[in-house]
Design a protein around this ligand. Structure first.
Ligand code: GLU
Length: 501
């Protein structure tokens, strides 16, 4: 049987790190097995729709390099076309722009309502499912009754006692839900790919609702119908769905369908061991993208959150991950989200980039729209070893864009007096002045200045660095002078001498 895996995000918010991890795991498995990676949108909970969620998910996957083979694969530009302020209307307009590809569509659940109804009716006919007309008030009472007796909250099957005629009559007149009749005894068992055998006593299960009174299916029902019809061979999803899986298996059994292989991935925890949430900072993929983390870093980081290569190797490109991915090595223990580790990965990948490419990537983050390409190249060369994210490209280089303002005391290295400062700046000026403007390179600056400074660099290099930047912290004086160019450097050192004199 062909390996077919899927992610089935509900468009209820921005695509987050946990979603990316599930997507990556499915994608790697599909690539490894020469299978198919499907994306299906599960939008049956119409009250929680977020219009931008589908474009955000698609953009996050595209940015990460995770290619979609089938299903919801892309979107036409949403700009200018989606003006409505009503969120449901906006969602529906965006939905029309979605590109779907494959033989098992539609791949958006709200476009499949007919299919779910047909299958629910089959179960009604077989008497494995039944209509339920109970009001929310009655259901609430039943729930409270269970609570009072310390029993698991379960529907009391009141509507199952209706005669055929009563049932038909009510069905024509009042809204109803369709419930599955769960067997009263026995166990539902499955072998989780990550956690091994999981079982549940059927008598503890509530009769799950398959179709809601608004005609939409519940997640439990549509997920089973679609995974079956879309020929999904393996379901790899977050562990929050473990309690739902026995219900799903009972639905497969009701139709006499074979159950796909199922594995539940551990959730990502924050550093304190709690559930990773917005409170822990950025958790949506687009936040990381906007902050200027490189996709290679995010993918490498996320891959190692859930999967252990069992070696000391840490750096993996997407192609290497595909080669080395092994479903048997999925972590059983919940990983923790360590921001510093992500930054380390991002810094690593930044240092691997050719300067020209890094300059292109940093362009949107540069403080000003710098026209001088040469200056951009210099800035990027200086910053490349120092930064962790693309947005860091502006760190400590304000002085390049504006004349430094600083108190003259800042020019002093330790207990230097004004005269010593002036003398030091004059020495530096002489060295800088000798380098022709056309040869004002990093090495030509560094060599003579380092030689003149000797072992105790502070007295020569600190005043020079402050004269150029006016900042307590900055790149090295050679790098600062190189970025500023000969004329500007000379002018700033002269101004510092005037300031001290
Ligand atoms: N719609 C569910 C979600 O957004 C999918 C769960 C599953 O993969 O079965 O998480």
């Amino acid at each position: 049987m062909k390996t077919r895996v899927r992610i089935a995000p509900s468009p209820t918010g921005l695509f987050h790190l946990g979603g990316l991890r599930t997507a990556l795991t499915n994608y790697l498995f599909a690539r490894k097995e020469r299978g198919v990676f499907v994306v299906r949108v599960e939008d049956t909970d119409q009250s929680r729709l977020v219009p931008e969620a589908i474009p955000d998910m698609l953009e996050s996957l595209r940015w990460s390099g995770i290619g979609i083979d089938e299903g919801v694969t892309g979107i036409q530009s949403t700009k200018h076309k989606v003006q409505s302020t009503n969120s449901k209307e906006r969602y529906n307009r965006i939905k029309k722009l979605v590109i779907q590809k494959g033989n098992f569509g539609p791949y958006i659940q709200s476009e499949r309502l007919e299919i779910y109804r047909r299958y629910a009716e089959e179960l009604l006919r077989k008497k494995i499912a039944y209509p339920c007309f109970c009001t929310p008030e009655r259901l609430d009472k039943v729930r409270k009754n269970c609570q009072a007796k310390d029993l698991p909250p379960k529907y009391d099957r009141h509507c199952l006692s209706l005669s055929e005629a009563e049932m038909k009559n009510k069905m024509a007149k009042i809204p109803y839900v369709i419930r599955l009749k769960v067997p009263n005894s026995g166990k539902t068992v499955f072998n989780d790919l990550v956690r091994g055998r999981i079982e549940m006593e059927n008598k503890l299960l509530d009769d799950p609702i398959l179709i809601k009174s608004d005609g939409f299916p519940t997640y439990h029902f549509s997920v089973v119908i679609d995974d079956h019809l879309m020929r999904i061979s393996h379901i790899l999803r977050g562990e929050e769905w473990i309690p739902s899986t026995p219900k799903h298996i009972l639905i497969y059994q009701a139709f006499d369908w074979s159950v796909p292989v199922i594995g539940h991935l551990t959730n990502i925890l924050n550093m304190k061991g709690g559930k990773l949430s917005k409170r822990d900072g950025d958790v949506s993929v687009s936040d990381f993208r906007q902050k200027g983390y490189l996709p290679e870093a995010v993918i490498n980081f996320v891959a190692l959150l859930g999967w252990n290569p069992k070696t000391t190797k840490e750096i993996f490109t997407l192609a290497e991950l595909v080669r080395e991915f092994d479903i048997k090595k999925l972590n059983k223990a919940a990983p923790r989200f360590d921001q510093q580790r992500l930054e380390w990965f991002s810094g690593h990948y930044i240092r691997q980039k050719p300067v020209a490419e890094l300059a292109r990537l940093c362009a949107p983050y540069l403080e000003k729209n710098i026209k001088d390409k040469n200056l951009v190249k210099k800035i990027v060369t200086v910053q490349q070893p120092r930064i962790h994210t693309l947005s860091d490209v502006n760190r400590e280089i304000e002085f390049v864009f504006k004349l430094p303002q600083y108190p003259k005391q800042l020019l002093r290295w330790k207990d230097m007096g004004d005269r010593a400062v002036i003398e030091s700046l004059r020495r530096a000026l002489k060295i800088i002045g000798k380098i022709p403007a056309s040869k004002f390179t990093l090495t030509n600056l560094e060599k003579p200045l380092m030689a003149a400074a000797g072992a105790d660099r502070g007295p020569l290099l600190w005043p020079l660095r402050v004269a150029l930047t006016g900042q307590k912290q900055s790149p090295s004086p050679f790098e600062c002078a190189w970025m500023l160019g000969k004329n500007e450097s000379v002018e700033r050192v002269k101004a510092a001498i005037r300031k001290t004199a």
